[in-house]
Ligand binder design. Structure first.
Ligand code: FDA
Length: 391
């Protein structure tokens, strides 16, 4: 028999560290395992090294899941204010950047150090840099082989994240483990990821480096933020956001002029009759983009010589430009993984598997995916905290 714990948490990312620390501080004996040599590697690279650790506008409708109600309970019981209070208690300075996104003034390392301090306070044992070769469950106990050691516990928490950015040590381990214990997995797909443009949109790849504010739409989802043309397609916050909703074979709608009121082009004809469409667009868009769009809309000459209905039709086209991405840049470039361990098989209050007592899943491993902007960490903290209350 190996060392015995109340709980073993697999994965020392944001969710696993929060869960282990909270359970430890509640008096549980907790072991936290990770195959990486250092904990919280995604925290370290997040938010350009400053970690966008939460969003003050957190609400369940800013998360994607097959069950849109699932995240409500955990998010409600560990709101952003609770994490801000923790950050404040550790003396970490922070600021709001935009759209409710909170970042460290200093470095993401402070968040990892804070979580490690919390784990130490909770007496958590941390073991890094070994492989988990065996996990089994018998006589009401989970047994885990880590390197050449064996550990056992009453509860096992899957906190090993999703497969986005494999070069950071991300794996599909959570899904394999969940399936072995009879839990379903909603098909994982790259999310918050740049979109690639098909050959029909080749003109736009020449705009690599151009950025502009757009309104990106897919179904009922819409995001008004910056879009960036890349040599492979489209990126920037508006595109990353919409990529989480986008499905293969479907088109994304882009309004290139979200700040312009309806009828602006006809109004421009009255105020600047000698201008071309390109010149009218260049008043509101980067010159290269104005040129490319004018070329595509293909109406030549001065605005004064164009009928209002032609201008109204051009305006409509520019407000709902249809792109058919050929794909995404995949897990290698995806900030998160959408899909994951099915929420149908988990309790929304405790994150415990409904039919496998003592087994829990938290964080990105679960089929809950937040918007860009600190939502994914808030889910990691909240789901980790929820499970810790039940351990
Ligand atoms: P996470 O992936 O962080 O942790 C899982 C842990 O399990 C890892 O330590 C891994 O090594 C370990 N593991 C995996 N397989 C294992 C195995 N087989 N055996 C043992 N251990 C294993 N979010 C946000 O809210 N604000 C932000 O600013 C950013 N920025 C950002 C930038 C970049 C570049 C990326 C890739 C992602 C972000 N995110 C983000 C998303 C955020 O990083 C992500 O949602 C959380 O880190 C998920 O936390 P988890 O703890 O669930 O998984």
């Amino acid at each position: 028999m190996g060392d015995s714990y109340d709980a073993i948490v697999i994965g020392a990312g944001g969710a696993g560290m929060m869960c282990a620390a909270t359970a430890g501080k509640r008096g549980r004996r907790v072991l936290l395992l990770d195959h990486a040599r250092e904990p919280g590697r995604k925290i370290l690279i997040s938010g350009g090294g400053r970690c966008n650790f939460t969003n003050i506008h957190t609400a369940a409708d800013r998360f994607l899941s097959d069950n849109p109600h699932f995240a409500k309970s955990a998010l409600g019981r560990y709101p952003p204010e609770d994490f801000i209070a923790l950050v404040d208690r550790h003396g970490i300075a922070w600021h709001e950047k935009t759209l409710g996104q909170l970042f460290c003034d200093g470095s993401a390392r402070q968040i990892v150090a804070m979580l490690l301090d919390e784990c130490a306070e909770g007496g958590v044992d941390l073991e890094l840099g070994g492989s988990i070769t065996e996990v089994d469950h018998s006589d009401g106990r989970y047994r885990v082989t880590f390197g050449d050691r064996r550990f056992e516990a009453l509860s096992l928490v899957i906190a090993s994240g999703g497969p986005s950015i494999p070069k950071m040590g991300a794996t599909g381990f959570a899904y394999d483990l969940a399936r072995r214990f009879g839990l379903k997995v909603v098909e994982p797909r790259p999310a918050l990821v740049p979109l690639k443009l098909g050959p029909g949109e080749a003109l736009f790849t020449s705009l690599s480096g151009v950025s502009t504010e757009v309104l990106a739409r897919f179904g009922k989802a819409e995001f008004r933020e910056a879009a960036l043309f890349t040599h492979r397609g489209l990126s920037g916050p508006a595109i990353l956001q919409i990529s989480s909703y986008w499905r293969h074979g479907e088109a994304v709608g882009i309004d290139f002029l979200p700040a312009q009121p309806p009828g602006w082009l006809v109004a421009a004809k009255r105020t600047t009759p000698r201008a071309s469409l390109r010149a009218a667009l260049a008043g509101h868009l980067p010159a290269r983009l104005a040129e490319a769009l004018a070329e595509r809309v293909a109406i030549a000459g001065e605005l004064a010589n164009l009928p209002d209905r032609t201008l109204t039709e051009a305006e409509r086209q520019l407000a709902d430009w249809r792109f058919s991405p050929s794909g995404t840049e995949g897990f290698a470039k995806a900030e998160v993984t959408a899909g994951g361990i099915s929420t149908n098989d988990l309790s929304s209050r405790t994150m415990e598997a409904r039919r496998t007592p003592g087994l829990y899943a938290i964080g990105e491993a679960v089929d809950v995916t937040g918007w860009l902007g600190g939502y994914n960490f808030q889910w990691a903290w909240a789901s980790g905290y929820a499970a810790a209350q039940a351990l």
